[in-house]
Ligand binder design. Structure first.
Ligand SMILES: Cc1cc2nc3c(=O)[nH]c(=O)nc-3n(C[C@H](O)[C@H](O)[C@H](O)COP(=O)(O)OP(=O)(O)OC[C@H]3O[C@@H](n4cnc5c(N)ncnc54)[C@H](O)[C@@H]3O)c2cc1C
Length: 231
């Protein structure tokens, strides 16, 4: 498994075990955010008390975002190319990714653990259907992934450069990238991507990120739980 260089308690598997997200590093705590909010008074605290929790909730409630930007997380993400495409629309993250211009080692391809049906009233949405007999179709997807990879290898063997040969690789190719984001923009990402409007695959990652960061920002998690969200 590529780049899974994080302790087991710091990564969560998703997509039926085919993808994962790991917490590589973090900077700052909830106390950092409230200290940043009070910096103009010159007061610095080491621990959160009830007034700090109230202030933290006020910051989130009122979109007073800049104190939250002093808390930063770095994740390692292993996901299909189409999830990466959606993720990288979030411009407030910093990204670095393994390049297929350099290497073809450890290539993996996603086969959905279950196929969903096209929603009739929304072209961007899908519908789960437990009666969908999808085994043969999923087998065809796996075969297609494999055939694409074989064509890629054939092109390389014939001397075609990697940067052109990779064009035949499917959207189901798994990629690994690092993403760094501050807490304010991460909360925005989680709002958009742990949503019933988001595609199931990227939603899995958003839910996994919540699990990873909840112990680090327990009062932020509680705030959203009080609003009825699952963390
Ligand atoms: C369910 C869903 C469906 C989507 N469907 C489509 C689609 O069909 N087609 C498509 O193209 N995209 C689609 N998107 C992507 C969407 O339009 C956004 O690009 C993506 O969600 C990133 O959101 P963001 O810009 O708020 O995040 P970020 O890029 O992380 O930005 C966070 C915030 O920073 C501010 N900001 C960042 N950059 C700028 C800037 N240049 N100027 C001013 N303010 C800025 C904005 O306030 C922004 O909300 C979809 C997203 C979702 C969640």
């Amino acid at each position: 498994m590529q780049h899974l260089n994080v302790a087991p308690e710091n990564h969560v598997k998703v997509l039926g075990g085919q993808g994962w997200v790991g917490l590589i590093d973090h900077l700052g705590t909830e106390t950092t955010a409230v200290n940043a909010a009070r910096v103009s008074f010159g007061k610095i605290k080491d621990e959160m008390d009830d007034r700090d929790i109230t202030l933290l909730e006020y910051l989130i409630d009122n979109r007073h975002t800049s104190p939250l930007e002093h808390v930063v997380f770095t994740f390692s993400i292993h996901c299909p190319l189409f999830v990466r495409g959606q993720w990288h629309r979030h411009r407030t993250w910093s990204y670095n990714e393994i390049s297929r211009r350099y290497t073809e080692v450890d290539m993996e391809f996603y086969t959905p653990p279950a196929l969903r049906r096209q929603a009739e009233n929304n072209r961007q949405a899908s519908v789960e259907d437990e009666s969908f007999n999808d085994e043969a179709l999923r087998g065809m997807i796996t075969d297609h992934n494999q055939q694409s990879f074989e064509l890629f290898e054939k092109l390389l063997a014939q001397g075609v450069c990697r940067e052109q040969a990779r064009g035949v690789l499917p959207q189901n190719m798994m990629v690994t990238f690092w993403g760094t984001v501050d807490l304010s923009n991460l909360l925005h990402f989680l709002e958009l991507r742990d949503s019933e409007h988001a595609q199931w695959e990227i939603r899995e990652y958003a839910i996994a990120i919540k699990k990873l960061i909840k112990p680090l920002i327990p009062n932020v998690a509680k705030y959203f739980e009080k609003k009825g969200q699952i963390w």
